[in-house]
Each structure stands twice: as structure tokens, then as C-alpha cells.
Design a protein around this ligand. Structure first.
Ligand SMILES: [Zn+2]
Length: 345
């Protein structure tokens, strides 16, 4: 059965917007989604990947390299250099945008890859067995309950996500391979917290809740039921809307570099971060990039304060320092700062 269509997901607007923004500009650095179980977080990631057009990859490359990317960046493709490559004759195939699940309790070997023991023992060859990071290249890496993952693994994932390269230096192996992916982590704040240093390295954070409005709940149940009874028909009926959103994402990616960010927007982004006391400049940078990606999605040429206002909660709520004198939640604190700095919306 095809995955549940992205455009058929009811409500959860903030989560959907954050995922779309990350798909337009992966350099924003991933999305952390807080919320109850069963709010469709993993469904949404799968749905978004399925919505994107298939990608062309070098056949046989475990990292799914694009035929256009420089072969020397990949241990597999570097070995295939020759007349075939320049003559554009390297064999390629179309593959769906990968979505890789990082299971809880995954070992570092499984994540980064390890020495292929079988080949080492049987044939005395030092070969690399690629891990989950290899499979996630050019796609999405989904960590369910990121807050239950060991800190050093989260750290490692954030490093790779930021650099787009997995560097392996262990067991006598020394190699680098491309690992460019959008990191999406889910978390349940009641079950352990991420260290603040890790938290603020995620680009965006959003909150999802089970809808309380009766009409919304009815719509969720109605669509889920229709999908489960006849998935093919349900997806076919959604086809046109899905295609339209796919076009929106692709053209947003194209126009992203041409969207201008006026000084007034940067100034207000800085004032927001000062008002909230966020550490460093990461907050402003993310705020700017997120607002720009949103403008690109909306087909605008220029980022406005309205864009800034819309993205401020997801770009900033996970960067606030604890304030013992202020017990209100982070979302409320961001909303208050937005109103102080930008005026009532
Ligand atoms: Zn390759």
C-alpha cells in the first residue's frame, strides 16, 4: 500500500510547515517534533519523502550518489572513474527518496558502518560495511524518541547532518562517504530530556498534540478509515494536490537563492533573539533561513516580518535558557517576545 499522502494529513500545521521548510533548505538542520504518541510524526516524514520525485542514483552505489556529484567524494564511485564516467555512461537508476528509521538501541556500528567481518575473516580483505547513515544519504533519517538515544549518538548524528559527510576512522578503516540527509527526531518530553546543548543544534522544533476539536477528530478518523479500506483509491484521489505540492517544493528549492532578506528582517530577528536571551548566533541564522525558505514556498521574492512571525516559534522555542522566574512554557515565551518586538499580529 502506498504511504498515507502528506496533503491528506489533517491539522498539525506547524509540523507540516517545518517539514516542508526542511525539505526546501536542508541546511536548516533538521526538525525535532515533540508530542504524544500516535500523532502521526513518522507518517508525516514518510509521506513527505513519498511526495518528492524519485532521485537518480549511481547503480550499485551504497550511498545512492547522484551521477552529477563528484565521484571522488565517494569511496564506491571513486573506484568507478574512467571513460564511462566522463562519457556520462555510468549506469544509473531511479530510486525513491530514502527514509531510514534509526531504531532505539542501534549500535554505533550499525549507524556509521563498520568493518565487514565476514570478508575480513574469510578473505582477509579490509572492507567497509556501510551503515544507516549511508542509506539515509539524500533522504530523511528518522529517530523515534530521540530523547532516549545515547547522547554520544545524537551528537554524532548532528555532526554528520551538519557536515553532510560521515568520517569513519576505526578498526583500521579510514574513509569518508557522503551522508546528506534531513534529520527528523521525535521526542516525548515526559520521557527524559535532550541535553540543551543538543537541543539547540536541531534547526526547528515543533509541538504536536492530539486534536481536541471534535470536527478535526472526525476528519482524522474518516480519512484514516478511507485510506485503510482502499489505499490505492485514496491516494489516487489525492494525486492532483500531491503533484501541486511537489511542484511548490521544487520551485521553492530553485528560487531559494534569489529570495532577498531585507535588513529590517535581520534586525528584528536579532532583537527577538536578544529579547529571549538565546545563546550564540545560531538562533538568528536559523530564523533567517527558515523565514527565507517559507517565503520561497509561498512564491515571494522578499522575506517579510509576517514570515518571521510565523516561523519564530519553531526556530526558537528549543533555544531558550531556563528562567526560574518564568514558569510559562517556551511556546508562550516566544509568543510574548514576538508581540513585544514585532507588535501584535
Ligand atoms: Zn557513490
Amino acid at each position: 500500500m502506498p504511504p498515507f499522502p502528506f496533503t491528506a494529513i489533517v491539522a498539525q500545521e506547524e509540523m507540516k510547515r517545518a517539514l516542508l521548510i526542511a525539505a526546501v533548505d536542508p541546511s536548516i538542520g533538521g526538525v525535532l517534533i515533540f508530542g504524544d504518541r500516535g500523532t502521526g510524526k513518522s507518517t508525516a516524514v514518510r509521506a513527505l519523502a513519498a511526495l518528492l520525485p524519485k532521485i537518480r542514483a549511481v547503480a550499485g552505489c551504497p550511498y545512492s550518489c547522484s551521477p552529477e556529484s563528484p565521484p571522488e567524494a565517494c569511496p564506491h564511485c571513486a573506484g568507478q572513474r574512467g571513460p564511462g564516467r566522463d562519457g556520462n555512461k555510468v549506469k544509473t537508476h531511479l530510486i525513491p527518496v530514502p527514509v531510514v528509521d534509526l531504531p532505539l538501541g542501534a549500535t554505533e556500528d550499525r549507524v556509521v558502518g563498520a568493518l565487514d567481518l565476514e570478508r575480513a575473516l574469510m578473505r582477509g580483505e579490509k572492507a567497509f560495511e556501510p551503515g544507516l547513515l549511508a542509506r539515509a544519504n539524500r533522504g530523511f533519517l528518522y529517530i523515534d524518541e530521540a530523547n532516549l538515544l545515547e547522547d554520544h549518538l545524537v551528537d554524532l548524528l548532528l555532526d554528520v547532518a551538519a557536515s553532510g559527510v560521515n568520517t569513519v576512522e576505526r578498526e583500521g578503516l579510514s574513509l569518508r562517504h557522503p551522508a546528506r540527509f534531513v534529520l527528523v527526531g521525535s521526542g516525548n518530553p515526559e520521557e527524559g530530556e535532550l541535553r540543551p546543548q543538543l537541543l539547540d543544534r536541531f534547526g526547528l522544533a515543533c509541538e504536536v498534540t492530539t486534536p481536541t476539536e471534535i470536527a478535526t477528530r472526525i476528519e482524522v478518523v474518516r480519512r484514516r478509515d478511507a485510506y485503510e479500506r482502499d489505499g490505492e483509491a485514496f491516494c489516487a484521489a489525492q494525486g492532483k494536490v500531491e503533484k501541486a505540492l511537489q511542484k511548490t517544493i521544487l520551485s521553492a528549492r530553485e528560487r531559494l537563492g534569489d529570495v532577498s532578506v531585507p535588513d529590517a528582517v535581520l534586525e528584528n530577528a536579532a532583537r527577538l533573539c536578544v529579547a529571549l536571551g538565546t545563546d550564540g548566533l545560531r538562533g538568528e541564522l536559523t530564523l533567517m533561513r527558515t523565514a527565507r525558505a517559507l517565503a520561497a514556498l509561498e512564491g515571494a521574492d522578499t522575506v517579510t516580518l509576517a514570515h518571521l512571525r510565523q516561523v519564530a516559534p519553531s526556530a526558537l522555542r528549543h533555544r531558550l535558557r531556563r528562567n526560574p522566574l518564568d514558569e510559562s512554557g517556551s511556546t508562550a515565551r516566544v509568543a510574548r517576545a514576538v508581540e513585544e518586538v514585532l507588535g501584535p499580529g
